[in-house]
Design a protein around this ligand. Structure first.
Ligand code: AMP
Length: 215
């Protein structure tokens, strides 16, 4: 199975990717996670990517495309993969089509997780993460026992720079301008599946599985 997850930042693509990764036993390629690893390891790519990410902008296509190309060539992608957060521009989608032809691969479905902007803003601006162990929290959905302190390791919680309300609004504007056109791009290829992304995680997962014809 080869899948693309589409949807606004904060729509829940990462959560559904985790479910699909276990279900099909195929790797998830999350360009956002790859960039965050580079930032944590202080690589040159990480330094370049960080300035765009913190500003709520997209990292330039040429940096992303090469990275995905290298990743898709790895052996674990032979049996399938889930692309989470890539492609994000028409240019990236066209580059992906070329890569797939070269690698003799094809996408089965582009799963579009739909969530209204107001809900995204509520979800993302409430998110915090532990500076010690990385456990995620949420002001509405997963509240820590002691304010701003991790339940697991007692380290402080912080808000990711790109989850701050102003940055979230910028990221949504970028999504509408540059990423949303991909919905038509994959509809024209007959690969688009629309999923209502609002509601409990399990319910959204069930909708995804039903749409893909699996249990
Ligand atoms: P994510 O975790 O997928 O929301 O990605 C976090 C940030 O990484 C985005 O806001 C972008 O700055 C950058 N990023 C991730 N994937 C891409 C991509 N395919 N193209 C450009 N920038 C990306």
């Amino acid at each position: 199975m080869r899948l693309i997850l589409l949807g606004a930042p904060g729509a829940g693509k990462g959560t559904q990717a985790e479910m699909l990764n276990k279900l099909f036993d195929i790797p998830t390629i999350s360009t956002g996670n790859i960039f965050r690893e580079h930032i944590a390891n202080c690589t040159e790519l990480g330094t370049k990517a960080k300035s765009y990410m913190d500003a709520g902008k997209l990292v330039p296509d040429e940096l992303v495309i090469e990275l995905v190309k290298d990743r898709l060539k790895k052996d674990d992608c032979k049996k399938g993969m889930i692309l989470d957060g890539f492609p994000r521009t028409i240019n990236q989608a066209k580059a992906l089509d070329t890569m797939l032809v070269e690698l003799d691969m094809a996408i089965n479905y582009a799963v579009n997780v739909e969530v209204a902007d107001e809900i995204i803003i509520e979800r993302m601006s409430g998110r915090t993460v532990c500076t010690g162990c990385g456990t995620p929290y949420h002001a509405l959905y997963k509240v820590e026992k002691v304010a701003n302190i991790c339940d697991n390791c007692n380290e402080k919680l912080m808000q990711r720079e790109d989850d701050k309300a102003e940055t979230v609004k910028k990221r949504l504007a970028v999504y509408h301008d540059q990423t949303k056109p991909l919905i038509n791009f994959y509809a024209e290829q007959g690969k688009l599946v629309n999923i209502d992304g609002v509601g409990e995680v399990e319910k959204v997962s069930r909708r995804v599985k039903e749409a893909l014809g699996v249990n």
